[in-house]
Design a protein around this ligand. Structure first.
Ligand code: FMN
Length: 332
């Protein structure tokens, strides 16, 4: 393909990407910026409901709004109807998505129970036909993120599915190496990503339980996949992206972040969240991330509790400084 969006896409996937996973209520524009500043190669938005998107709902609009600097970012969509997914993909493309990702992996009842997300795994042929329709609707690349199967199959459908998705023009695949039935429990089985990758030539990201540079290196070695996608570990330790990049690009191990660095990123995240959504949003972001960012420091457990109870950002900033030992303890 000569289309610039496809050649950019190919370059990204050739660089052994460390991608920030789509995570509802987590992977917002601010967190994407934080992770990108620490080395994330590629980001995905949290999933966006196609009906909300096509209705122009405020929440969906916010989720697909990409700043110029927010690239490369894929907009992830979910829904149960192929034609509506195709229509929504057009809206996502117009919003500036580097590519459009289709969620075929969400297991939660409010999504899968309504025929979206992992429900597509019940009927692989329908998933392939839906993906083909979305591919035809847009001129940017279309990718799919799914699980290895519904569970508890002995031979997971992902192997055959990967090949069939490639055949209809899907540009890349992310394999969360759990079944839908497993939810977030149990251990991700990367061997299914290897088996899926063996049968295709398009790029595959391996996802599930990649928590460190060592994990990333091992996951790529054991699966032959093109890159890794990291979710939960990034919420508490976004430095994982810098660590993975150093390992994959230069074979280096980077030292863990210092207290000052931990405090810097925590405060930067809160400041950016304040700019983007005001004090309320910033307090929510602080509750979600600050305990993890400062984990391991003395007093971190107490800090987590205090941040959860804090009603003002001034107090949160003071608590961070106090825990990181950057300044004299605040009176609060
Ligand atoms: C809070 C949370 C929200 C999530 N939301 C989404 C989502 O919107 N779309 C999606 O494809 N996966 C979603 N996931 C799944 C992650 O993208 C990822 O596949 C999963 O967490 C496994 O990767 P990990 O072991 O690196 O966390 C979510 C996971 C978590 C923990």
């Amino acid at each position: 393909m000569n289309d610039p969006s496809f050649s950019r896409f190919a370059d990204i996937y050739r660089s052994r990407p460390a991608a920030l996973a789509p995570m509802e209520d987590v992977t917002d524009a601010v967190f994407r910026a934080v992770c990108r500043s620490l080395g994330a190669t590629l980001c995905f938005t949290e999933f966006v409901n196609v009906e909300g998107l096509l209705r122009g709902a405020a929440v969906a609009k916010r989720k697909i709004t990409l700043a110029e600097s927010d690239q490369p970012t894929a907009i992830q969509i979910y829904g149960s109807d192929a034609a509506r997914l195709a229509e929504a993909a057009v809206v996502a493309e117009a919003a500036g998505a580097a590519f459009v990702d289709i969620n075929c992996g969400c297991w939660v009842p409010k999504v899968a129970g309504n025929g979206a997300g992992a429900a597509w795994l019940r009927e692989p042929s329908a998933m392939v036909a839906m993906a083909a329709m979305v591919v035809r609707a847009v001129s940017v690349p279309v990718t799919v993120k799914t699980r290895i199967g519904l569970g508890p199959e002995s031979h997971m459908p992902i192997v055959e599915l990967a090949r069939r998705l490639q055949d209809v023009g899907v540009a890349a695949l992310t394999v969360h190496c759990r079944t839908a039935q497993m939810g977030h429990s149990g251990k991700a089985d990367w061997q299914w990503a290897r088996r899926a990758k063996e049968g295709v030539t398009f790029p595959v990201l391996v996802n599930g339980d990649v928590r460190s540079a060592e994990d990333a290196e091992r996951a790529l070695r054991e699966t032959g996949c093109d890159g890794v996608m990291i979710g939960r570990r990034a919420i508490e330790h976004p430095w994982v992206f810098a660590e993975v990049r150093a390992r994959l690009d230069r074979g280096e191990t980077v030292a863990p972040p210092t207290r000052e660095e931990r405090a810097r990123v925590a405060k930067m995240h809160i400041a950016w969240a304040t700019d983007a959504g005001g004090e309320r949003e910033a307090l929510l972001a602080a509750r979600r991330h600050v305990g993890g960012y400062l984990a391991g420091l003395e007093g971190a457990a107490k800090l987590r509790k205090a941040v959860n109870e804090a009603r003002s950002l001034d107090l949160v900033y003071a608590l961070i400084d106090q825990c990181a030992g950057c300044e004299a303890p605040a009176s609060a």
